[in-house]
Design a protein. Sequence first.
Lengths: 338, 338
Amino acid sequence: MRPTIRDVAQNAGVSIKTVSRVLNDEPYVREDTRAKVLAAINELGFVANLSAKRLAKGQAFTIGLLFHNASWHYILDAQRGVLDTTRAHGYSTLMHPCDVARSLDAREILAQASQRLVDGFVFTPPADNATQLLENLEAMGVPFVRMTPWEREREWPYVAATDRAGAREMTEYLLQLGHTRIGYVRGPADQKAGADRHDGYRDALATAGLRYDPDLVRQGDDQFEAGREAACSLLGMREPPTVIFCNNDEMAAGACVAVREAGLLLPEDVSVAGFDDIPLARQVWPALTTVCQPIYDLAAAATQMLIELLNGQTPPALSIEIPTHLIVRASTAPPHHN
Amino acid sequence: MRPTIRDVAQNAGVSIKTVSRVLNDEPYVREDTRAKVLAAINELGFVANLSAKRLAKGQAFTIGLLFHNASWHYILDAQRGVLDTTRAHGYSTLMHPCDVARSLDAREILAQASQRLVDGFVFTPPADNATQLLENLEAMGVPFVRMTPWEREREWPYVAATDRAGAREMTEYLLQLGHTRIGYVRGPADQKAGADRHDGYRDALATAGLRYDPDLVRQGDDQFEAGREAACSLLGMREPPTVIFCNNDEMAAGACVAVREAGLLLPEDVSVAGFDDIPLARQVWPALTTVCQPIYDLAAAATQMLIELLNGQTPPALSIEIPTHLIVRASTAPPHHN
DNA sequence: TTGTAAGCGTTATCAG
DNA sequence: CTGATAACGCTTACAA
């Protein structure tokens, strides 16, 4: 039989409440008493039973991480950020891949909260799109924080990257290389991050005194294939762009393939730039110039905020922005003049 | 206040034990009694509290998934396989990225078991290498199952792919294309799966009556860079191979880059083949010919086995092999003769 | 500073 | 088939 708090109390010659106090670092325990208890704990190899604590406290000390269709890299970095943070606070994390649009999945999520399996949630896009679900959680008093949310109209807490500034910086860099016809493959229409990046692209053009040309813009769903098709279309123009800047790295990887398939040299004939800096960015050839979005930090910040919320504390801010930065690699070069 | 089993009992006019019986689908409940209880549950919107159940049963209904340094793709597919299976059985999954070689992490894993946070573990390579840890778990009576384990000397349960047959099949395919100088980039020396694949390669050569030439073999750590370097070395030989078969897709992707850097055409001058069929295999250009290792199924099978073990059942087998299959894409072609 | 006793919401025992 | 009543192992008023 595993030793319980009662065994420790007996062994140390104190009451169970005193042991509990020591376990929880509560004040009002004399030093020598504490020492005695610790000694007993050690001697017996006592480890507190989490289930009992959860029941008594009415808390799960667990948060749920919801994701769906997120790119592998995104979700793994997010997982690490969440896990490291929860662990540091004595919390556990429940991973929950799901399609929140399916009422079945949404029901399961609400059930997790009801069952006291989790105390709160971190949402990753596009799961945060399930407005109905978020409203239900809010009504139930279950806290949540959104990571790089798909939309940001509602006043719900979130953590995001400086997408607009990041895209502006990239575009400025491309302009500086001498490009004037910069193709752009934007992301899904209703995705806030994508809209912001697109705005950043426009900002830079405007600042440089260049006209925003809708003919140079395509739209994709952030997948590899979409990037390939969009680039293919751009390269087929009478006067194609000299560089293709994509809403994310996966589409940029697709664009790279399209360039090759068009029989063109990369980056001599056409440059390609991405966004996010996922590992794929280094694994294609030539390596992608991109904008780094610190997913780990975003996830850690979101989790930190959630835990503060759970503890009834007021976080310093209910929406946080974390800076991106430009990463120049080999897929971009000055335009080719012939 | 959330309704408890007591509220349901009162509402239905039965005892709490009867409610419990209904909740757990136990026999010996009259149909009309069961109906009354279910009606009350529905009316009150009752959801059982998991923490209480866990405490009372002395079980966590949770398994831990341990991983370290596994490739992103591997771990995410494994996660899905484990999650789907645990969910189907009413279990939860605790993700645990860790370096089991660090005693701190090992201690934490043992603590999770002691705290009754988890009932058992699924190990992914190379985490299963921590023999000491596994011995401790065995001594504590905590069950575990290893997925595609690094080594398989011990009699501990595991689930693996048919690595040897898979590599043999690939090699046979390459031979059939007409290649006779087949370069091979093997994996870490002490990794069983890698050794098996290497054996499969030798099997096919032997069957074809070809000599195994150690000069055509290099070793890598399964990372992109290692594949690049190994391929670079192979291509630098006086009489280089006409195809490079790598222990995994990441190294194969690296090999592709090396081929280009050598100024050679892929696959016209040199073919490249991988193993695993990770998404990267489709995202490089040209897409990789590879061997599919069904990680999701492996993970699901491992979890299934673990849950059976937890329930005191005897699984049909304590080691399972799941078949791989060849996937031909564009990175391989008949050898170029000049 | 410490201890007593009553929960927390289930499951399990055992008698009816 | 059903139901008191006692666990399960910890927290927490409330006393001392």
